[in-house]
Design a protein around this ligand. Structure first.
Ligand SMILES: Cc1cc2nc3c(=O)[nH]c(=O)nc-3n(C[C@H](O)[C@H](O)[C@H](O)COP(=O)(O)OP(=O)(O)OC[C@H]3O[C@@H](n4cnc5c(N)ncnc54)[C@H](O)[C@@H]3O)c2cc1C
Length: 369
């Protein structure tokens, strides 16, 4: 090894996964984050994660499960599609606990994690010019990406979410997704944590040029949401942002981007933990090959795109399709989907992470008939 050091900017889940994997390979790695505690800001995001996806990442999530989910109600106007599996499909994860578990794992692996340390562009350039490797895991509005001139993310979702206690949760195994004019190019949601605690949130595209808070207030008046929280108490609310497209480049010289900084997010749902974690592992493998075998760090770009690029592209295509529909067209689509038994098909074969599995099943079932 030639004494190169790795600096990960951002101790969110993805930065911590990257640091853990790098440290496990015997490489010196330091993580910097501006936040003062590891849990700070973690609850700005939700934590709906498929069981299969979680297990594929190897994330240390045990103990952070708040609730188990089997399906979803999809609402548009007066129509509703119910997709419910016999099996437990996903967990609602306590994001603060997950952050803590990932932090402990990174430290156990030997990574140094320094909090309360915001890294500005000048410092980033100094670190890179000294021959170190920089991993930008600094979230959707990445300082690393702008410092090193990476291509921009083309679309974001602006979010607002709040928790409610004393709620009338209809079915604690089901989330609700609401497609309405108010949620432009995204949707509103409710996610039960327990029989009486629920999270309600909404995302709208930055292209809509309106406030997520205004859209959130409108969502609270939508019937399926209103019924659950009419007599509930709002506990805490947070605004945040989700990238909706991957950057066209995520490796440049000795700088890599991972997670939200790279836009490794499912455009359909805004979920970034599963693919971000898997890509962080690819980053660690590329860094090891760079340090030990002199391979170019560009292998990271090729590796993650080869493994996960198509899946993320399918999410993007599905997102573009549903974003093109008006609320009325959504209503008609759900009616037709119900008539043709699409709800049963998705209940049996739905997969939150891999749309390709649903597409394959669809054609296989068609051919088998
Ligand atoms: C409302 C909402 C709901 C979501 N729901 C889900 C879900 O159900 N399932 C799912 O899989 N995903 C979900 N996501 C997405 C998921 O939260 C993100 O994909 C994931 O947290 C990204 O992790 P990250 O480590 O890449 O970035 P972040 O978690 O954003 O971490 C970036 C870190 O970098 C630090 N930082 C930034 N700039 C600097 C700097 N200059 N110097 C030092 N530190 C810096 C920040 O303090 C922060 O800690 C949701 C997101 C939102 C907003």
């Amino acid at each position: 090894m030639d004494g190169k050091e790795v600096f990960v900017i951002g101790a969110g889940v993805i930065g911590l996964v990257a640091a853990t994997e790098i440290a496990k390979r015997g490489i010196k790695v330091t993580v910097y984050d501006s936040k003062k505690s590891i849990e700070e800001g973690a609850d700005k995001a939700s934590g709906v994660l498929s069981k299969r996806g979680l297990d594929s990442t190897g994330l240390p999530y045990k103990g952070s499960e708040l609730n188990v989910l089997k399906g979803a109600w999809l609402y548009a106007g007066r129509e509703m599609l119910k997709i419910k599996s016999e099996e437990e499909m996903a967990y609602v994860i306590d994001r603060k606990k997950l952050a803590k578990l990932c932090y402990e794992e990174a430290k156990k692996a030997g990574a140094k994690v320094l909090l309360g340390r915001r890294i500005e562009k000048e410092r980033l350039k100094e670190l890179a010019e000294s021959g170190n490797i920089i991993v930008g895991a600094d979230g959707a509005v990445s300082n690393v990406a702008s410092a090193f001139g990476f291509p921009k993310i083309k679309e974001y979702v602006l979010t607002y979410k709040a928790e409610y206690s004393n709620a009338e949760v209809k079915d604690k195994e089901m989330v609700s997704l609401v497609f309405s004019e108010g949620a432009r190019r995204f949707f509103g949601w409710s996610v039960p944590y327990s029989k009486s605690t629920i999270e309600v949130g909404i995302g709208i595209s930055n292209r809509a040029k309106r406030s997520s808070m205004q859209a959130f207030k409108e969502l609270l008046e939508e019937k399926p949401i209103k019924e659950e929280i009419e007599n509930a108490k709002e506990e805490a609310g947070h605004a945040s942002i989700i990238p909706l497209s991957t950057r066209e480049k995520t490796a440049k010289g000795n700088v890599l981007l991972v997670g939200d900084a790279a836009g490794q997010v499912k455009a359909t749902t805004g979920g970034g933990i599963i693919f971000g974690s898997l890509c962080a592992k690819e980053a660690a493998a590329a860094i090891e090959k760079n340090i030990k075998e002199g391979k170019s760090l560009e292998i990271y770009e090729r590796a993650w795109r080869a493994k996960y690029g198509n899946e993320l592209r399918l999410h993007k295509i599905a997102h573009e399709y549903y974003s093109s529909l008006s609320a009325k067209s959504f209503e008609r689509l759900f009616r037709m989907a119900r008539i043709f038994g699409m709800d049963d098909f998705l209940s049996a074969y739905g997969d939150m992470d891999s749309p390709s599995k649903i597409v394959k099943r669809f054609f296989l079932r068609g051919l088998a008939k």
